[in-house]
Write a protein that binds this ligand. Structure first.
Ligand code: SAM
Length: 233
């Protein structure tokens, strides 16, 4: 679900990615997975599925059902630097830590568990820079480490809900001040300033809001199963 947004943001530039928070580093590797937007159903039955993208060198396939009027990605970004922060990062090269993470996947979700294992194997070969800490304390440090000639992309998914409102505001202020493309993917109630920009009357039944630089661009499923582009004004 990040791919259409990053592709639009970064076309013809070299991306660097920083993620607060990043439990495992798996999300820093959008150039490593193969995306297959095909197998899930979007809650808006009137919209048409966008043609499938199958790309990349990876055997790890990330399904995402792309719907609506969007610039269909034609390839994967070439990410030149990656860094992340989490209160408690998981070292996927440590078998006990990986087993613990796998135990959080629901027992009947064999496909998710297999994908996690395959992704962890790839990450273990070239782990991104992950630091333990609070995102407000670390986001500027991580951003400063990115190569100066790359387009920095700061993205986060399902993390700001765990912060107090004033800490969310502090994070938004910090990231807005960076010379970066800011991609946020959070529950609709988490950042009211984004919710206020959604088209009136749109159904948001449990969706996340994916926003670029503080402007909503899509409604998404929390685990990336679908991406429903919002109309542009
Ligand atoms: C639902 S998970 C989302 C994981 C993340 N999207 C990823 O791809 O790994 C929420 C994560 O937020 C982290 N977290 C919560 N509060 C945080 C904070 N103040 N600073 C950094 N990470 C935090 C937790 O440790 C947890 O890993």
């Amino acid at each position: 679900m990040l791919l259409p947004t990053t592709t639009v943001a970064l076309r013809r530039s070299k991306p660097a990615a920083a993620q607060p928070s990043s439990k495992t580093g798996l999300w820093e590797l959008p150039g490593t997975w193969r995306f297959d937007p095909s197998s899930h159903t979007c809650p808006d039955p009137s919209s048409k599925p966008i043609s499938s993208l199958k790309d990349g060198p990876s055997s790890v396939v990330v399904d995402c059902d792309l719907r609506g009027a969007l610039d269909v990605p034609i390839g994967l970004p070439d990410v030149v630097w990656r860094g992340g922060v989490d209160l408690n990062p998981i070292d996927v090269t440590d078998i006990d830590s990986l087993n613990w993470l796998e135990a959080l996947v629901w027992p009947e979700h064999d496909e998710r568990r297999a994908r996690l294992r395959a992704a962890a194997r790839i990450v273990a070969q070239d782990p991104p820079l992950l630091v333990a800490g609070d995102l407000n304390a670390e986001v500027a440090n991580r951003a400063a480490q990115a190569p100066g000639d790359a387009t920095l992309v700061v993205f986060h998914s399902a993390v700001l809900a765990y912060l107090e409102v004033e800490d969310r505001d502090r994070f938004v202020d910090q990231v807005s001040a960076l010379d970066a493309v800011w991609l946020s993917n959070e529950g609709v109630a988490v950042l009211p300033e984004l919710a206020a920009q959604l088209p009136t009357g749109i159904a948001v039944n449990g969706d996340f809001v994916l926003a670029k630089n503080g402007v909503p661009v899509a409604l998404t499923a929390r685990h990336g199963q679908y991406y429903r582009a919002l109309p542009t004004t």
